[in-house]
Write a protein that binds this ligand. Structure first.
Ligand SMILES: [Zn+2]
Length: 101
């Protein structure tokens, strides 16, 4: 009975698997890496597909990922080591006067 199936059926199935399983998994894992949520990215990408991608898009980055992002655009406070934006005169974390930067 397999030969009554249209030619390229297996190809279509593989394409379907690729589009509905592998692509959303890849995107979820990529977003998870960026937001410091690697494990969550794998889980939602594997079990939820494109819904998982939406979840990874709306989820907030982990505190560590936020800290890394803040340090890229600023500098660590000399008193508490928390990231502070360039040009800030008062640390938003410990409230100490940073003077002119
Ligand atoms: Zn501080």
């Amino acid at each position: 009975m397999m030969n009554v199936l249209p030619t390229g059926f297996v190809g279509l199935v593989l394409l379907w698997i690729l589009a509905m399983l592998l692509v959303p998994l890849w995107i979820s894992v990529h977003l998870g890496n960026k937001k410091g949520q690697q494990v969550l990215g794998w889980v939602v990408g594997t079990f939820l597909g494109w819904i998982g991608v939406v979840i990874m898009l709306v989820i907030s980055p982990s505190l560590d990922a936020q800290r890394q992002e803040a340090l890229r655009t600023g500098f660590p406070c000399p008193f508490c080591q928390e990231p502070v934006r360039h040009g800030a005169t008062v640390c938003p974390h410990c409230q100490r006067d940073l003077g002119r930067q």
